[in-house]
Design a protein around this ligand. Structure first.
Ligand code: HEM
Length: 508
């Protein structure tokens, strides 16, 4: 017995020793080595604390910036949403370096570097939101957003064709029907009062959830509602996890939140498995996303996907497809409600192209040029994906910089989209004419959907949904920003209005 206890104790001590050594390696040795290499090139940043890096400074900066809303409704939002992109370069220059725990974040912001990083996927690999914190991984699982290498390539081959423009255009009748039913409900409210207030952020989250369920999975929102509710709760827990430094192994500690995370994950996967079983039979031979993944899961297929992989992708699409597009529509509606001259121009165009009562048709969409410009300018000022991350997997030259392997590179989309050296002194102003036909920008200066091989696979769907929804809203309603709206954009995985998006709406 004593011998057995001795063996167990020795095994325990060896495991504890190994764990301590790996902590020392990742928290002390690696950061010091990387820091020395950056300092040698004159790259600076806020002084690093041994274990937490700059996590506390980062949190304090954000808490101060977000403690009050913006005074009016200007679009100079970088200082509030991502204050470190403005504060730290003032003190340490560009590019600059900061640390979240033991990992360095190199923030580079010139367009050529953006292009180079995002197109060289062999050197700069995607770090999914779960890479720094496994607790965040549950939201995206092992879907396209978080994958890299061969598995990413195989999934992308199956999924990309499901979103090609021709197929997306084929979904326009379903999309217009869903939008029409939302607007019918707005009209009922309008009959009770000639003008009513609506939180468009809430409305669009439900709307887009419905569209994704229908066109990508062949199910209705009611069927998928439970998954969305659970994913909303999961998203809040992921946000909490992302705001703190992850200690290796912490996810196995049975805290109340960790137990809830685990339970949510199981329930979401089980719900999706059921949804796939019910809808899968209906759409196995159809051209929607689920149908294409199921066809690829058949034996003999070169790009075979297992059921667990399909579940991972469904989770990704529920999240990546809903949050981003709903956010785009929210900001676009707010901007049109604020900038009445653009609202009139866009409405005139819609009435000319689609008439007053007809739903937009796939073949009309390319004629909605002003609506398209409004959407593009919205994505510039309020990009749903505020930043992108990559990790250099080998030592590499980036312009004049020597980037050591293991460096995480942060590409500050929002900051670049508001950069006066690219967009001029009125960079913070809403001016859709920047995207008038014939005008173009450097690939790395405007990239709301990313660049290169990992460019957003759902871009066509998002643009079609946004165009059709804005056109149909403008046909039927006039919009004004409500006096109760508080302008407080905030990064909550995507760029959200912190207190909702209240708009006064009346039927025209
Ligand atoms: C306005 C709406 C949207 C915006 C702004 C947006 C933005 C982005 C961006 C910036 C990326 C690149 C991420 C990176 O390279 O690290 C991305 C990738 C992705 N997006 Fe979107 N997205 C939108 C809508 C959608 C929709 C509707 C779907 C699906 C239904 C979707 C699914 C995805 C997926 C799966 C990826 C990963 C692609 C890959 O790595 O191969 N997105 N999105």
């Amino acid at each position: 017995m004593a011998a057995l206890l001795g063996v167990l104790l020795a095994a325990f001590l060896a495991a504890a020793g190994g764990y301590a050594l790996s902590l020392l390696h990742s928290f002390l040795w690696v950061p010091r080595r990387l820091e020395r290499r950056f300092r040698g090139q004159g790259i600076r940043g806020p002084p690093r604390h041994l274990l937490s890096g700059n996590a506390a400074d980062y949190r304090a900066l954000h808490a101060a910036a977000q403690s009050t809303p913006l005074a009016s409704f200007p679009h100079a939002v970088v200082d509030r949403v991502a204050p470190h992109y403005r504060e730290w370069p003032k003190r340490y220059g560009r590019p600059f370096l900061f640390w979240l725990g033991p990992r360095p974040r190199l923030v580079v912001s010139d367009p050529e570097a953006m292009r180079a990083v995002l197109t060289d996927t062999g050197t700069f690999v995607k770090i999914g939101p779960g890479a720094n914190n496994p607790l965040a991984k549950q939201l995206f699982s092992e879907g396209l957003v978080g994958l890299s290498g061969e598995t990413w390539a195989r999934h992308r081959r199956v999924i990309a064709p499901a979103f090609n423009m021709e197929r997306v255009k084929g979904w326009v009748p379903e999309i217009t029907a869903i939008i029409s039913s939302m607007l019918d409900k707005w009209e009922v409210k309008d009959q009770a009062r000639s003008e009513f207030e609506i939180d468009v952020n809430k409305e669009f989250h439900t709307l887009i959830a419905d569209v994704i369920s229908c066109v990508a999975f062949g199910s209705s929102y009611e069927e998928g509602k439970r998954v969305f509710q659970l994913q909303d709760e999961q998203q809040n827990l992921v946000l909490l996890a992302l705001r703190s430094v992850y200690i290796p192994g912490f996810r196995f500690v049975p805290t109340k939140k960790n137990r809830r995370r685990h339970a949510l994950n199981q329930e979401i996967r089980n719900s999706l498995r059921k949804l796939i079983e019910i809808n899968g039979r209906k759409c196995e031979d159809s051209n929607n996303l689920l149908g294409m993944m199921l066809s690829a899961s058949k034996n003999g297929s070169e790009f075979r996907m297992g059921i667990e992989e399909i579940i991972d992708e469904c989770k990704t699409f529920y999240f990546a497809g809903k949050e981003t597009t709903a956010t785009l529509l929210t900001w676009a509606t707010l901007l049109l409600a604020l900038h009445q001259e653009w609202q009139s121009k866009a409405r005139d165009e819609v009435l000319q192209v689609c008439g007053k009562h007809d739903h937009p048709k796939a073949e009309n969409l390319s004629d909605l040029k002003i609506v398209n410009m409004v959407i593009k300018e919205t994505l510039r000022l309020y990009p749903p994906a505020v930043l992108l991350n990559r990790t250099a997997i080998r030592d590499v030259k980036l312009g004049k910089l020597d980037v050591p392997a293991g460096t995480q590179i942060q590409l500050p989309v929002l900051d670049i989209h508001h950069d006066v050296s690219i967009w001029g002194p009125d960079a913070d102003a809403f001016d859709p004419s920047r995207f008038a036909e014939g005008r173009s920008y450097h690939l790395g200066a405007y990239f709301p959907f990313g660049i290169g091989p990992t460019i957003c696979v759902g871009q066509n769907l998002a643009m079609v949904e946004a165009k059709v929804a804005l056109a149909m809203i403008l046909q039927r309603f006039a919009l004004v920003v409500s006096p109760s709206y508080v302008h407080a954009p905030m990064l909550m995985l995507t760029l959200q209005p912190q207190y909702g998006a209240q708009v006064l709406v009346h039927k025209i």
